[in-house]
Design a protein around this ligand. Structure first.
Ligand code: GRF
Length: 187
């Protein structure tokens, strides 16, 4: 099958990147990870990319015209899809207008609830009974694009930030690949 060339944007640990790298080895998985972009020189995720011989580009988002640099990389690697995976920077509208192709994100809450940062803390503080993760299309609004799929679980009284994160991320590793398959309908 002809796979779409994907670029994964990261800032940190990169456990979703690692999971997508494993899934993408499947012949029937619709994407190939052709490039990783990180805005953090020390992100652990870059190690996963290196180990798997995936090209990595570090982008200093403080530098002028950094978006044009990214667009050039995306063109050079013929990228059809961007997957944000723990990328801690808002994608500006002007970037989306230039890229024009699909951009996805994974967020650790049941959107539209708890957009933005410190989601686990806020979920616990509000005494929510249920939480989960959402994979969505990216638009110019923070965590605001159409939802592709969500996975949820019930919160227990013993749950804390650490356990909530662990349970949410376990679902993320199922949700992101499923969402990619869903939008490319390749299975
Ligand atoms: C994920 O939990 C995702 O929901 C959020 O950032 C986290 C990134 O984790 N957007 P990792 O870097 O993939 O381990």
């Amino acid at each position: 099958m002809v796979k779409k060339n994907a670029c994964i944007f990261i800032s940190g640990k990169g456990s979703n990147l690692k999971n997508l790298i494993i899934k993408s080895r499947d012949y029937n998985f619709p994407i190939k990870i052709s490039l990783v972009i990180s805005n953090n020189k020390n992100s652990l995720g870059m190690i996963h990319a290196k180990k798997n011989s995936i090209p990595i580009k570090f982008i200093d988002t403080k530098s002028r015209n950094y978006e044009n640099l990214i667009i050039n990389f995306l063109r050079n690697y013929k990228i059809d899809l961007i997957c944000l995976a723990g990328y801690m920077k808002i994608i500006p509208k002007r970037f989306l207008l230039q890229f024009k192709k699909t951009v996805l994100n994974i967020h650790p809450s049941l959107l539209p609830k708890y957009k933005g940062l410190n989601t686990y803390e806020r979920i616990l503080k509000n005494g929510e009974k249920k939480t989960g993760c959402s994979v969505h299309f990216v638009n110019e609004k923070l965590d605001g694009g159409n939802i592709i799929l969500q996975k949820s679980f019930h919160i227990k009284s013993v749950d804390d930030v650490k356990s909530l994160k662990k349970k949410t991320q376990r679902l993320e590793y199922l949700a992101y690949p499923e969402a990619i398959i869903k939008i490319f309908k390749s299975y």
